[in-house]
Write a protein of this length. Sequence first.
Length: 169
Amino acid sequence: MGFFRRRGALEGRVPRPETGRWEIVALRWGLIVGISYWALTQLGSATRVLIIKFGDAVSAGIDPTLVIIVDNMGMFGAALTVANAVAYSGAVALLVMRMSAALPVYAAALVFDLTGWVIYSTHSLYDFWSDSSNQIEDWVANGLLLVGLIGLIILRQAGALPKRLVISR
């Protein structure tokens, strides 16, 4: 049996392609694991940004180059960093609960994340920061985030997530 199977052809109904159940379950849990990993990474980044902005970064042992980058990016960049961490975490919770809001929340997190990454990476010291990855790793991570968005769209189209945010009765 292939990835798509047809039901109802012999019963007089118009056949429609339907994705197998195990593929949907595997995709959903793969997305949950992947987005959870990225959410934890972003929560760590948000914690460091909040410590730099409102705490004592030197006693926390945060890289001085990161302190300079975060100080120069302003409150908008700091707010984006915190917002994307919260949004990724929210998307995971919504995906676990199979709620349709997982897709727009994840999309918002992705926009916040990529905007924050552009703000970070345009700073002249970004390449000298010890935790900054090389350009290939950045693009692979961003590509995987877009694959996650495509996966959520597939889940929604396959019926694993409701199509409406609010169901009217």
